[in-house]
Design a protein around this ligand. Structure first.
Ligand code: XMP
Length: 513
């Protein structure tokens, strides 16, 4: 276990991910955690993150000296680097000279940390203070235009640090530097793999669940698919998965869950086909919020009924509910700590009040890309594991206007073409999401075949993003766009125009409704 001590940087999660990419397990802890508690976790190494403070500011987070007494290897990044220098007797000057963004770092003495790297490294910086003297006995590995000491190491004491941010993609050789610390200075071994994660989780879930039964909701998305498959791998038929098909998924998605997923995982799946019911509830509704409310409400109702049926089947009591919570949710809700199994009143699924389920959250320690890897390890079809995020209300909020079976059919056909062409062009990895929207209440004049048409536009909304909070429109290659446009107008009835949404978020949201 490598502990990433979060000094309030937006980078702590990124550091944790990079460590895991080196196949070493890492967890984030707040800098406010007492040093004794950190050490009690028996970390193989500690990484101190960057942070917004200056070590000179009043109330700036301090580094507890017991963390750097040589018991545990330590690596400092940016603020962590300066805190290391200060604590170990080096000098940090408040120069007021700022260095932001792209900077050329010159290697003075490669040592272990920068071994095998070029003499100049393009690196990402963000600091106001500066380390002017390394602590005694430390080798100064690098300097930058504004920092006389930009990296140092003491291999015997197993302590090192860099002023820049090796974890960001713009920093050249960042991952190598991190790995030099992890493998060559701290002695960590790259043993954390998705196969190991699966084995560990399976064992943990078995021990926890015993003979009880477990229920899980499948949505068609990645998180619920992988968490359910993990639990299935652990306890087999003690698990019942419920899939409510609201009829608002994209072409082939329901079948992928009902058939391919079941074949791959062997899960006992209860499918509730509620498509007609949902269409009925949505009939004539055009307001986006109204659509969302109706779908949310009815979904709970249908799921509840299915749950009651499962509860009524004979067998051991149902005591657990699977949830696909991910590590970023855990960190962001301040709960990086503690029990992996929270006793909770499950009011989301609208269970009877007197029922208490324990949550099983097998993905609580994982980032999204790791969840996908685990899914692949479990043999879940790529069509599900590689899926982009998709909104719960589904295609209903991608039809601008009232939802009907016919309109769904048009949108599904157009969306299928878009997915096919972007996959063929190998673009899926570059795109965060690509909503395809039907402007059902808009018509424009076209000429198709020999005649005038009066059809609907289809909007393409390709976006790139890190977290869906902000997004930019993706610059898809023109030839791919052309192919999509030609195919949609040729193959999808009632569509005579394809338009591209080039709005960032903000001001535009990713979805149109
Ligand atoms: P917006 O449109 O708000 O979307 O920029 C941000 C992200 O959230 C997804 N989204 C939803 N997901 N239920 C969901 O589960 C919803 O009602 C919903 N609305 C938007 C959207 O696809 C994007 O990834």
């Amino acid at each position: 276990l490598v502990l990433v001590v979060d000094f309030g940087a937006q980078y702590a999660q990124l550091i944790a991910r990079r460590v895991r990419e080196a196949q070493v397990y890492s967890e984030i802890v707040p800098h406010t955690m007492p040093a004794a508690d950190m050490l009690a976790k028996n970390p193989t190494a500690i990484i101190l993150s960057g942070g917004p403070s200056s070590v000179y500011e009043e109330g700036a987070p301090r580094l507890d000296a017991s963390l750097v007494d040589g018991t545990v290897p330590v690596f400092g990044i940016c603020y962590g680097f300066m805190a290391l220098a200060q604590t170990l007797g080096g000098e940090v000057a408040h120069t007021g000279q700022r260095e932001y963004g792209r900077t050329d770092v010159s290697v003075l003495e490669a040592g272990t940390l920068l071994d095998g790297l070029p003499e100049t490294l393009v690196s990402w910086m963000s600091h106001g203070d500066e380390v002017t003297a390394a602590p005694e006995g430390f080798t100064v590995n690098a300097r930058s235009p504004r920092a006389t000491v930009a990296a140092f190491e003491h291999v015997e004491r197993r302590i090192a640090g860099v002023q820049w941010h090796p974890e960001v993609l713009h920093s050249e050789h960042g991952q190598e530097i991190l790995q030099h610390f992890l493998y060559d200075i701290a002695g960590c071994k790259p043993t954390w793999t998705s196969a190991n994660i699966v084995d560990e989780q399976v064992e943990r879930i078995r021990a926890e669940v015993g003979d009880a039964r477990v229920i899980s909701a499948l949505s068609g998305g990645v998180d619920s698919a992988v968490s359910t498959a993990l639990v299935q791998r652990a306890i087999g038929d003690q698990l019942t998965a419920v899939f409510v098909d609201h009829g608002l998924l994209r072409q082939g998605e329901a079948e992928q869950v009902e058939k391919d997923y079941v074949e791959a995982t062997g899960v006992d799946l209860k499918v509730v086909d509620a498509a007609e019911q949902f269409l009925g509830f949505l009939d004539g509704v055009t307001d986006p919020e109204e659509k969302r409310k109706i779908i949310g409400r009815e979904f709970i109702r249908v799921f509840e009924a299915a749950e009651r049926e499962v509860l009524a089947t004979p067998g051991a009591p149902v005591k657990f509910l699977v949830q696909g919570t991910l590590y970023p949710d855990v960190v962001e809700s301040g709960g990086g700590e503690g029990a992996a199994n929270i006793k909770s009143h499950h009011n989301v699924g609208g269970l009877p009040d007197d029922l208490e389920f324990s949550l099983i959250e097998p993905l609580r320690t994982l980032f999204k890309d790791e969840v996908r890897e685990v899914g692949r390890q479990l043999g879940i079809p790529e069509a599900i594991v590689g899926r982009h995020p998709f909104p719960g209300p589904g295609l209903a909020i991608r039809i601008v206007g009232a939802v009907s079976a016919e309109r769904l059919e048009i949108l599904r056909a157009a969306d299928a073409i878009v997915r096919e062409e972007t996959a063929l062009a190998g673009l899926d990895g570059d795109i965060w999401q690509l909503p395809v929207v039907l402007l059902a209440d808009v018509r424009s004049v076209g000429v198709q075949g020999d005649g005038r048409t009066y059809g609907h536009p289809i909007v393409l909304r390709p976006v790139s993003s890190e977290d869906a909070m902000t997004a930019d429109w993706s610059r898809l290659p023109y030839d791919v766009l052309e192919k999509i446009s030609t195919r949609i107008t040729n193959e999808v009835k009632d569509v005579n125009r394809v338009v591209l949404d080039i709005t960032s978020k903000p001001p535009g949201t990713i979805e149109w409704e």
